[in-house]
Write a protein that binds this ligand. Structure first.
Ligand SMILES: [Zn+2]
Length: 110
């Protein structure tokens, strides 16, 4: 299963199979401890600097800022969606994201 993942427009988008799928400027709800001490943390993403696949989960490395406490930091391997039957299914920023079980047989693509 070949999934083409890229960041586009200086990190404003994650492209999956040449289609812009995930945008920064959304506010993501992150569970406690992933980013800062807020629970949950509402983090405005500012840019993506990497993307990859953990098993069937598409993850992104991003920079964001917490709207509550102002923490600005990078987020490693934020789960942004899944690959289901070769199609990208976004999680959407309203869901609470936590650390992902990478699962068995993870395949990484850059
Ligand atoms: Zn915070």
């Amino acid at each position: 299963m070949a999934i083409a993942l890229r960041t586009l427009d200086d990190g404003a988008w994650i492209s999956v199979n040449d289609s812009r799928q995930v945008s920064v400027s959304d506010v993501w709800t992150l569970s406690r401890g992933v980013f800062c001490e807020c629970e949950p943390a509402y983090v405005l993403l500012e840019g993506f600097f990497g993307t990859g696949v953990d098993g069937s989960v598409v993850v992104a490395d991003a920079v964001g800022q917490c709207l509550e406490c102002g923490t600005r930091d990078s987020i490693d391997r934020l789960p942004v969606g899944r690959i289901v039957d070769g199609e990208f299914k976004p999680y959407g920023p309203e869901g609470i994201q936590s650390t992902v079980d990478p699962g068995a047989g993870a395949v990484r693509q850059t």
